[in-house]
Design a protein around this ligand. Structure first.
Ligand SMILES: Cc1cc2nc3c(=O)[nH]c(=O)nc-3n(C[C@H](O)[C@H](O)[C@H](O)COP(=O)(O)OP(=O)(O)OC[C@H]3O[C@@H](n4cnc5c(N)ncnc54)[C@H](O)[C@@H]3O)c2cc1C
Length: 381
């Protein structure tokens, strides 16, 4: 493993370091493993298949399947457990002080979502414990309020209603339609219809925030002056209503701040060029949720980025710049939104954004939230 010094792009097997073993990082690592010396650096004990996280809150057995060991991911390369604290020319520095050198670097540190869509814990046991605890709170709650009418709020409403059909569930959204700008209005309209048929109350054009997120007896006040007694992540002691924040994706880029070696935009996302190279660098790439590519942030697209970057690293390592591929965001990005295991709506990236319903959504995602697929990718038995 090279540490510092100049790039060894012409050596028989350049060193590739990938930071972040989420959907994009795992895909890039697998694609490059055959031809290069790959080191994947990941802070978590196991891959967290967060696409299944919301069903995991109401199904503990399913939850356990979502944490997949990295042991069988690579055949040649290695997975290093650690937190990258700094990126420097030709080396990354871990919080432990360890330095790992690279010829090519791929940043894939993704994003954070409000719990339970993603978990803040690096260890598996506290993640399972906390999500299960939240699931028990849902079971006990008189009602559930979900703030945010994007895919996370809609999916969580669908999962809770499918598991507990009698429970009152309301979705509060600050806009006048579900899903929003990237997608066909038909996608949001069909999802609304399905949620309402399941008994979810959908409230549009009300923006709410808790008055004090840390206070278990907090109240929420909407922009229309309505006061709601609910607690975040546990039932309110008086009303029995619990609330979940279902919006607010935040790029995991704190370790890149200061120094200016990796340029960030005003939303703290890594600035990339059309080849998904980090602006100002020839041998640094970024993929997935952390990038400033203007498109919805999805695992599917993080994997598409990984495919382009793997090809581009191969081209550069062969000194063949003519083979570099650019990445072009789709005008009609795909989106699969289950409403519980058996229903939902999907937008395809074909035919100007074809929108289809429950059978396809169930087959593509709703049935098992793709857990089997990702267990296979990671070589888990
Ligand atoms: C509930 C839910 C359902 C979703 N469903 C879908 C879906 O059906 N289809 C779809 O395409 N997308 C879906 N998404 C979106 C998808 O999860 C994200 O777009 C995806 O996680 C992005 O992948 P990524 O590889 O960029 O980053 P991430 O998956 O966020 O992975 C980043 C990794 O980097 C690690 N990391 C971060 N910082 C460091 C550091 N400093 N050092 C070392 N490691 C670090 C993290 O621990 C993490 O493992 C869903 C999201 C949620 C929340």
């Amino acid at each position: 493993m090279s540490a510092g010094g100049s790039a060894r792009a012409s050596s028989p097997s350049p060193e590739i370091v990938i930071v972040g073993g989420g959907y994009g990082g795992v895909t890039a690592a697998k694609l490059l493993d055959k031809d290069f010396d790959v080191t994947l650096i990941e802070r978590k004990e196991a891959f967290f298949h967060n696409i299944g996280a919301l069903r995991g809150t109401v199904d503990e057995e399913f939850l356990r399947e979502l944490f997949i060991p990295y042991d069988n991911l690579l055949s040649r390369g290695r997975v290093v457990r650690g937190v990258v604290a700094k990126v420097a020319p030709y080396e990354v520095i871990l919080e432990s002080g360890e330095r790992i050198g690279y010829d090519y670097l791929v940043l894939a540190t993704g994003s954070s979502y409000p719990f339970p869509a993603k978990t803040p814990f690096d260890e598996t046991a506290p993640s399972i414990e906390t999500i299960s605890w939240t699931g028990r709170q849902i079971r006990e709650a008189e009602g559930v309020l979900l703030f945010g009418g994007g895919p996370v709020g809609i999916e969580l409403a669908g999962e809770i209603k499918s598991r507990y059909p009698e429970k009152g569930v309301a979705l509060v959204h600050s806009h006048s339609t579900l899903m929003g700008g990237w997608f066909k209005p038909e996608l949001g309209a069909k999802l609304l219809d399905k949620l309402q048929k399941k008994g979810v109350r959908v409230i549009f054009e009300e923006a709410v925030m808790p008055e004090d997120e840390t206070d278990p007896e907090t109240t929420f006040v909407t922009n229309k002056g309505t006061t709601i007694e609910a607690s975040l992540l546990r039932p309110h002691p008086l009303s029995g209503v619990m609330g979940f924040i279902c919006f607010g994706v935040k790029p995991n880029s704190d370790y890149l701040k200061g120094g200016g070696f990796v340029p960030l935009d005003e939303q703290s996302r890594v600035r990339v060029d059309p080849y998904l190279r980090i602006e100002g660098h020839n041998n640094l790439f970024a993929i997935g949720d952390i990038t400033n590519v203007e498109e919805p942030k999805t695992a599917y697209l993080a994997q598409k980025h990984a495919e382009i970057v793997a090809r581009n690293i191969k081209a550069l390592s062969q000194g063949n710049k003519a083979k570099l591929r650019t990445y072009r965001p789709s005008e009609n990005p795909p989106m699969v939104v289950p409403v519980g295991p058996d229903d939902g709506v999907t937008q395809f990236p074909i035919a100007g954004g074809l929108v289809v319903g429950k059978r396809t959504t169930r087959r593509l995602k709703g049935r098992d939230l793709m857990v089997e697929r990702y267990r296979k990718i990671l070589g888990a038995t």
